[in-house]
Every structure is written in structure tokens, then in C-alpha cells.
Ligand binder design. Structure first.
Ligand code: GDP
Length: 219
């Protein structure tokens, strides 16, 4: 068995914010998109994953219409000589109580357009708050991604808020709730950094799968 050395982040840079899919820069490194409702801890986790405190603004502007925010990271993956590049794509948060139906539709159009167009997309991290249950939005998103043949990985955030037994219960509930959509699950805390190395190992594993290169562009 190989020793589980952590993935090291060598560099992390902001690339662009695309207001819509047409504005996306040309495809670069393999992409890992991050989705989650507002306040789930996405910015905190992204900063922690990148090892840069201020990379993703920990947004305090609920409902601000936002685009797709792209960051390029250079990784050192244990067992690999060359550095691995990955593009993290921060999808706009959803689930703001105060947004209109039109805003919700705009979110869907943007995210669906992105997933359909972007053949560089290898994995979607679907974030869910440890203190909330898996909602209809998360389930719908995972089901839809499955239909699009895009792998997704469920990430329970703010795990530091839970004790050991609560974690076990939540893990079981989340897995049960996902049913046939059973993706893999990680528990992380952007605040303490717990679980982030394991999450990176999981991502590196998915990126190393050759099959991921074959996803066709969908109409
Ligand atoms: P975003 O809206 O999804 O980007 O969420 P933020 O990263 O802005 O975090 C929302 C709130 O949750 C903030 O008050 C954070 O301090 C808090 N938060 C984020 N991550 C964690 C975590 O891992 N543990 C705890 N306890 N709180 C967190």
C-alpha cells in the first residue's frame, strides 16, 4: 500500500470571472467545479484547498449576481514527477431565499451551460453543510450530473461542528439520502483544515483516471 502523503499546493492564482459561459476563457487544465448553496462554507473551503487565505472572497453579499470564478492551481501529487495543473471553478451559490424565480433560472442556465460545454470538467464537488440535510437542490444537481456522466463527490462542510457520533449518523443519512446516486463522500472543515488532504487525494485520484479525457462535448 502506498503511503498517503498529502498533495502539495505549489501555486494558486485567480484566472477570471466569467459572467456567462460565452465569456469563459479557452479550456486549460482539467477542471473541478465546486457547487453549494450560499453560506455552505464554499469560499472558506476554497481558500483552504488553495492554501491561500484571501483567494476566494468570503462573500458577505447575499444574492449578488455572480459568475463562474476560475482559479488555476499547481499541485505536487505524491508518486508523480511532473506538477499537475487543475482549474477550480467556483460556481455561484444557490438557495438564497430572496432571489427571484428569474435569478434561479439564470443560475440554472449558467451552470447547465457550463457543464454541457466544458469537456475539461472532470469532477463536481457538491457541498452540503454538516448542520443541514441534503436538500432537493443537491439531489437534483447530483442526479442531473449523473445523467450528464459527470462524476460528482459530496463534500460535507463545517465538520468541526460535529462530534464523532454525529458524524457517523450524518454519513449514514447522507449516503441513504443519495440512494442510487451514491457518490463518494468527504467530511471537511475549511476552518480547521480537517479532511482537506483526503479531499485532495480523492481529486487527484479522479484526475488520474484516463477515462475522464473522453467526455464528449454535449449539445
Ligand atoms: P460561502 O457563502 O459558501 O462562500 O460560505 P463562507 O465560506 O463565506 O462561510 C459562511 C459562514 O460559515 C462564515 O461565517 C464562515 O465563517 C462559516 N464557516 C465556513 N467554513 C466553516 C467551517 O469549516 N467550520 C465552521 N465552524 N464555520 C465555517
Amino acid at each position: 500500500m502506498s503511503a498517503s502523503l498529502p498533495v502539495t499546493i505549489l501555486d494558486a492564482v485567480f484566472v477570471a470571472e466569467a459572467r456567462d459561459v460565452a465569456q469563459m476563457p479557452p479550456a486549460g487544465p482539467p477542471e473541478v467545479a465546486i457547487a453549494g448553496r450560499s453560506n455552505v462554507g464554499k469560499s472558506t473551503l476554497l481558500n483552504r484547498m488553495a492554501g491561500r487565505r484571501g483567494l476566494a472572497r468570503v462573500s458577505k453579499t447575499p444574492g449578488r449576481t455572480r459568475g463562474l470564478v476560475l482559479f488555476d492551481l499547481a499541485l505536487r501529487v505524491p508518486g508523480k514527477d511532473a506538477r499537475q495543473m487543475v482549474r477550480l471553478v467556483d460556481l455561484p451559490g444557490y438557495g438564497y431565499a430572496q432571489v427571484s424565480h428569474a435569478d434561479r433560472q439564470a443560475w440554472q442556465v449558467m451552470v447547465e451551460g457550463y457543464v454541457k460545454k466544458q469537456t475539461a470538467l472532470k469532477l463536481v464537488l457538491v457541498l452540503v453543510d454538516a448542520r443541514r440535510d441534503l436538500g432537493a437542490e443537491e439531489l437534483q444537481l447530483m442526479e442531473w450530473l449523473q445523467g450528464m456522466q459527470v462524476p460528482c463527490h459530496l463534500v460535507v462542510t463545517k465538520a468541526d461542528k460535529l462530534g464523532a457520533s454525529e458524524r457517523g449518523i450524518l454519513r449514514g443519512r447522507v449516503r441513504g439520502g443519495m440512494g442510487v446516486r451514491a457518490a463518494s463522500v468527504s467530511m471537511v472543515s475549511g476552518e480547521t483544515g480537517e479532511g482537506v488532504d483526503a479531499l485532495w487525494s480523492r481529486i487527484a485520484h479522479v484526475l488520474s483516471q484516463p477515462k475522464g479525457d473522453e467526455r464528449p462535448e454535449l449539445a
